[in-house]
Design a protein around this ligand. Structure first.
Ligand SMILES: NC(=O)c1ccc[n+]([C@@H]2O[C@H](COP(=O)([O-])OP(=O)(O)OC[C@H]3O[C@@H](n4cnc5c(N)ncnc54)[C@H](OP(=O)(O)O)[C@@H]3O)[C@@H](O)[C@H]2O)c1
Length: 228
């Protein structure tokens, strides 16, 4: 039996993706931060026997290794590194702590999680990094606004995507960075044009179409390439 892993499933896009993959009859392992299971995720857990909730704090090495130990023996066909953070910090308010916090959760966390789960990844598995248009050096979106700590951490996640794609290619594993677009979540805000349900469906459709030729790429949800 193979499993879909979704990190950061308590709310936002991660919750939407969890719902989406449960509806389409997958066995889902959804992570939540220790001690914080949202009511919505708890409801899904009551409704679906195909859902397993496992605590994970991407800022904590011990939590990552405990997460991998809990999954020992399970085969993973899809890992979605969805969990992420931003500190919304403007120039003038920058601090080392904010830069390091975003890097720890958005870039180092997914890297260490993939390494910890390495032996459980099936041949031909897919690893998806939820990236952002803000990571694109070429586009350099809204450089007068905030989000440097976030944009820099997601650019690092993109680099991880390219490097891992080569490392894991012998196992036919596809690693891709996908930008979900602007989605109505705590991070995206109410002004965003896309609902969580629409965003999750679009991401899942894109993932279903990923092939070997996409390995190591950076795409929108329709698999149009985004410039690095
Ligand atoms: N929304 C957008 O418009 C947008 C645009 C581009 C990219 N993205 C990316 O899409 C992904 C999901 O975004 P979202 O809008 O759904 O964000 P969100 O509503 O802020 O949710 C973030 C999720 O990440 C989890 N998380 C935060 N820190 C964590 C940690 N240290 N360990 C484990 N989990 C942690 C949160 O858990 P808690 O509930 O416990 O805090 C929450 O489940 C992120 O990677 C984001 O960068 C979003």
């Amino acid at each position: 039996m193979s499993h879909v892993i979704i990190t950061g499933a308590s709310r936002g896009i991660g919750l939407g993706l969890t719902r989406q993959y449960l509806h389409t009859n997958h066995n889902v392992i959804a992570s939540h931060r220790p001690g914080s299971i949202s009511d919505e995720l708890a409801c899904l857990n009551n409704e679906y026997s195909t859902l397993t909730l496992v605590p994970l704090d991407l800022a904590c090495d011990h939590s990552i290794s405990e997460f991998a130990d809990t999954l020992n023996g399970k085969t993973i066909s899809l890992l979605i590194n969805n969990a992420g953070t931003t500190n919304h910090v403007e120039y003038g308010g920058w601090s080392r702590r904010d830069f390091l916090n975003s890097y720890t959760i958005n870039a180092a966390g997914p890297a260490l999680l993939i390494q910890a789960l390495n032996d459980q990844l099936a041949t031909g598995a897919k690893i998806i990094q939820l990236s952002s248009g803000l990571a694109s050096l070429a586009e350099n979106i809204n450089p007068t606004g905030p989000f440097e700590e976030y944009a820099m951490s997601k650019a690092a996640l993109n680099m991880l995507t390219r490097r891992l794609a080569v490392k894991l290619s012998e196992r036919e594993i596809i690693v891709a960075a996908i930008s979900p677009g602007w989605v109505q979540t705590d991070m995206g805000g109410n002004e965003a044009p896309t609902s969580v349900a629409e965003g999750a469906q679009a991401i899942a459709s894109g993932i279903a179409l990923l092939k070997e030729k996409h390995n190591g790429g950076f795409f929108d949800t329709q698999l149009n390439p985004i410039l690095w």
